[in-house]
Design a protein around this ligand. Sequence first.
Ligand SMILES: NC(=O)C1=CN([C@@H]2O[C@H](COP(=O)(O)OP(=O)(O)OC[C@H]3O[C@@H](n4cnc5c(N)ncnc54)[C@H](O)[C@@H]3O)[C@@H](O)[C@H]2O)C=CC1
Ligand SMILES: O=C(O)CCC(=O)C(=O)O
Length: 426
Amino acid sequence: MPSPMVDDAREIKEENPFESMMSRFDRAAQLLDLDPDLYAVMRVPNRELKVYIPVRMDSGRIQVFEGFRVQHNFARGPAKGGIRYAPDVTLDEVRALAAWMTWKCAVVNVPFGGAKGGIVCDPQQMSQGELERLTRRYTAELIDIIGPEKDVPAPDMNTNEQTMAWVMDTYSMHARHTVTAIVTGKPVELGGSAGRREATGRGLLFVINEAIKRFKMTPPQTRVVVQGAGNVGGTAARLLYEAGYKVVAISDIHGGIYNPNGLNIPDALEYLRQTRSFEDYPEAEQVTNQELLELDCDVLAPCATENQITSHNADRLKCKVLAEGANGPTTAAADSILHEKGVFVIPDILANAGGVTVSYFEWVQDRMGYFWREDVVNQRLQEVMVASFNDVCRYAERHKVDTRTAAYMLAIDRVAYDTRMRGFYA
Ligand SMILES: NC(=O)C1=CN([C@@H]2O[C@H](COP(=O)(O)OP(=O)(O)OC[C@H]3O[C@@H](n4cnc5c(N)ncnc54)[C@H](O)[C@@H]3O)[C@@H](O)[C@H]2O)C=CC1
Ligand SMILES: O=C(O)CCC(=O)C(=O)O
């Protein structure tokens, strides 16, 4: 038996998202034989900002929250990435998420770099007024480093269209005119794009459609398990259900439900909306999030948070396809286990890139002042997702590497090319 201390040390390292991101980056950089100077530039973030945000709570007292914005890379354009509100956000997590944005934007070839923001808070315990004051003050603290040509925030876990409307309004107050292109994921009525709300889940559907073709399967033959029922998981489950897939399980943070014959997803999501939990949902077995990941299925779509598939449970997965809707749901230590098992991985930086792709469309529409129909947005999203899926698969075949390594290599290659051409590291 390993001593608990040794085991704990390994666990802490394995579950640090920044370590997971860096170990994949290093492997891809090595396989690309990346120039050492470029490696030195690309392995670190461009800028990290830490802010302390005083907020007057409803009680009348001031509470000070810690917040971050990490701008990882600008080589391909303005930095881009969401803002996360959660009690356990750390700087290392935001660093990893910012880097993943750089690689993701490069995989789908949109002209952005990568950034991410986070505030350590528990939004479930805060009123709308407290959240609004927190968001406005955080935006004011970032005002010098964000902007349509600098860094364009978007929603992530526990933030939404309302949060983005507050960011846009605060930025616009400082600019003395309305600046819609400062954020994406806004309400459609305020310059948001049709289809952005569903874009990450829809993008996931498009790449799953491509992946099952490789197994000669059709949607009705394909059993899908979805972890998470928020913007990404809830939307993906609904769209997969509407496309004829058999969605056999879904969960939220408290646990999930399973029916091997398939769930009625719109009904289950409505139940969740009304009762705020899947508990006691009829005609389904209750499962924990750990049990859900190990269910017999064809496609497993972790769409909740990081570190769900680790060296401890990867060998117990039963899926053929792992479609990573969340950022970083799999630790680097689990990669080789999945590879040996022959699981076809659609890595996060490809699988969940539908969100930032439509965010790019939103930024373009805001700058044009001309808005596209939803079917046009969805059609263009499909083109990008299918082309990017094929790019990654071709790259994997040509270089004889797994799909995750291929996605990193493709992304790093593109960012390195632009960095070298600009010459700003010289
Ligand atoms: N919203 C977006 O457009 C994009 C989000 N992502 C990523 O997708 C993931 C989910 O984001 P959203 O759906 O936007 O967040 P959300 O806040 O709308 O939903 C998160 C869902 O995951 C569940 N959850 C949270 N912690 C959990 C845990 N420990 N175990 C099981 N379930 C848990 C929640 O109950 C909720 O159902 C995150 O990793 C995020 O970074 C990636 C690309 C774009
Ligand atoms: O839409 C965006 O700009 C970024 C969404 C996001 O945070 C992500 O893809 O992880």
